[in-house]
Design a protein around this ligand. Sequence first.
Ligand SMILES: Nc1ncnc2c1ncn2[C@@H]1O[C@H](COP(=O)(O)OP(=O)(O)OP(=O)(O)O)[C@@H](O)[C@H]1O
Length: 237
Amino acid sequence: MYHLTGVTKCYRSGRQEEDVVRALDGVGLYVEDGGGLAVQGPAGAGKSTLLRILGGLERPTRGSVELDGTDLATVTECRLARIRAESIGTVLGEDELAPGLTARQNVAGALVPLRLRPADCWELAGEALAEVGLSDQQGLFPRELDEGARRRVALARALVKRPTVLLADQPTAGLDADAREGVADLFARLWSERRLSCIVATEDEALARRAPRRATLSAGRVTAITRCAGRDAGGHH
Ligand SMILES: Nc1ncnc2c1ncn2[C@@H]1O[C@H](COP(=O)(O)OP(=O)(O)OP(=O)(O)O)[C@@H](O)[C@H]1O
């Protein structure tokens, strides 16, 4: 699945050439097929940057980001766009639901780049919404859903294309306790039953605890990787 070596990402932080912030600093990481990961660390540690790089939305300044043998750091833009469309589901908070479309229309719309038959898109959207527990709300518009349900629609939109990996940035942030638990339950199911490789950046301990493995980031470096005890991690590394 993912194999990262020496991933460094620098951003310009001021006007001068030498004003740079090193958001990631030599990150090495291995995530096997079906292996889930919670990425933890304080604000500014580099979690969101790491997810954008894993998602092929940004390229590292240095290092390689292999996804199933293809280095996302160096593939052509065209190939990268295809990998993103087919294999990587993301909920990175950058794209809101379309307010004028129902939940099911929002989810079906995510399949447009894959050029499936409209009837198949509609069918798959219904299945994805069932998977996130929203079958009975699929005809509602985003404003008619509560925040927890909107987050789950966004997850359904990322899951509908059956990606090989799902990346989510702070999926429970700002939710009330019930909604947080609903989203955490969903990830627990994706991790342990579906064996989907979900990589989640989170400061939510209750969510992180349910991941098969956790990585701690601090100032752009991975400082610890731990296997979560207790839960059904199924021998995954
Ligand atoms: N596009 C950018 N331009 C300049 N600096 C950036 C950019 N994106 C991130 N940074 C900087 O890189 C560092 C890591 O940011 P990042 O958002 O990845 O951390 P984070 O762990 O996700 O934190 P948070 O939880 O606050 O989002 C921070 O110092 C941030 O200011």
